[in-house]
Write a protein that binds this ligand. Structure first.
Ligand SMILES: Nc1ncnc2c1ncn2[C@@H]1O[C@H](COP(=O)(O)OP(=O)(O)OP(=O)(O)O)[C@@H](O)[C@H]1O
Ligand SMILES: [Mg+2]
Length: 253
C-alpha cells in the first residue's frame, strides 16, 4: 500500500465464533476470528483440512451466521439484517466461486452468467445479456459463449463460474479452492486471471490448502483449529503470468 493512504475497509470480523452441535458434542469450527480487509487486497486463506477455512468463507459470503461476534460488510452490520435483506446484500456485494463450479448443467455459458442478474429487476433482458457477454470476454471465453457446461473443460467451467461471480460487479470476490480440481497449467491460468482482477482493484479472498498460491497474493491469513495463526503481508508478490510462461507447453500444441 502506498504511503499512509487510508483505504476503505470492506470486511471486518470481530471475534467471530462458529460452533456446530453434533450429537452431544460441540465442534468449535471458529474460535474467535478478527480481521479487517481493505478494498483492493488479494488475501489468501490457508490452513490444513478442518482448520475452518470454508466455515470462515461461508460467514464472509453471508451463507451462514456466526454463533457470536460481529461481521461488518461494506459498513453494514450483517447480524442486524433480516433474512431477505441479507440475501439482497449477498447478491449485490459478493461474488462467490465454488470449488465444484456450481454451474447449471446443459445450460450455456451466457445463461449461467446471466443468472445472478435475474434477481435484479432493474436490469433489462438486453442489458443482462450484454453484461454476461462482457464478463465472459473478460475471463477469455468470448469464443465459448454458447457452449453448454458439459461441453467445456474444467478450466473453462471455472472461468464461467468466475464470470458469473463478477457480473454483478461485487465489492468482494470469494473463492473456495478455485484451483483445487485443476491441473498445474490451468491453475496458473486461473491465478493469472485473479491477479489481473486484483490489478484492476478488485478485493479478493481466495481459500486454498496449497501454500504455493500465497506467493501470488498480497496478504495471507493462516488458520489453525479455528484461530488465526499467522496474518502476513506479501512484499514480494510473484507473477503468475511469468510462472505460467515457465511451464512446459501441453503435448498436443
Ligand atoms: N455443518 C457442520 N456441522 C458440523 N461440523 C461442521 C460443519 N461444517 C464444518 N464442521 C466442522 O468444522 C471444522 C471446520 O470445517 P471446515 O469445513 O471449515 O474446514 P476447512 O478448513 O474448509 O477444511 P478442508 O480443507 O478440508 O475443506 C471441521 O472440524 C468440520 O468437521
Ligand atoms: Mg473447505
Amino acid at each position: 500500500m502506498e504511503g499512509n493512504e487510508q483505504k476503505k475497509v470492506v470486511i471486518e470480523l470481530q471475534n467471530v465464533k462458529r460452533n456446530f452441535i453434533v450429537g452431544d458434542e460441540v465442534v468449535h469450527a471458529l474460535r474467535g476470528v478478527s480481521f479487517k480487509i481493505q478494498e483492493g487486497e488479494f488475501v489468501t486463506i490457508m490452513g490444513t483440512s478442518g482448520s475452518g477455512k470454508s466455515t470462515l468463507l461461508n460467514q464472509l459470503g453471508c451463507l451462514d451466521t456466526p454463533t457470536s461476534g460481529e461481521y461488518i460488510l461494506d459498513g453494514v452490520h450483517v447480524r442486524t439484517m433480516k433474512r431477505r435483506e441479507r440475501a439482497v446484500l449477498r447478491n449485490r456485494k459478493i461474488g462467490f466461486v465454488f470449488q465444484n463450479y456450481n454451474l447449471l448443467p446443459k445450460t450455456t455459458a451466457v445463461e449461467n452468467v446471466e443468472l445472478p442478474l435475474m434477481y435484479n429487476s432493474s436490469v433489462s433482458a438486453k442489458e443482462r445479456k450484454e453484461r454476461a457477454v462482457k464478463a465472459l470476454e473478460m475471463v477469455g471465453l468470448g469464443n465459448r459463449l454458447y457452449h453448454k457446461s458439459n461441453q467445456m473443460s474444467g478450466g473453462q467451467m471455472q472461468r464461467v463460474a468466475i464470470a458469473r461471480a463478477l457480473v454483478n460487479d461485487p465489492a468482494v470476490l470469494l473463492a473456495d479452492e478455485a484451483t483445487g480440481n485443476l491441473d498445474t497449467r490451468t491453475s496458473f491460468e486461473i491465478l493469472v486471471l485473479f491477479q489481473k482482477l486484483h490489478a484492476m482493484g478488485r478485493t479478493i479472498i481466495f481459500v486454498t490448502h496449497n501454500p504455493e498460491i500465497a506467493q501470488y497474493s498480497s496478504r495471507n491469513i493462516t488458520l489453525r483449529d479455528g484461530l488465526i495463526r499467522e496474518d502476513t503481508l506479501n512484499s514480494n508478490i510473484l507473477s503468475a503470468a511469468e510462472a505460467l510462461a515457465q511451464l512446459p507447453l501441453p503435448q498436443d500444441d
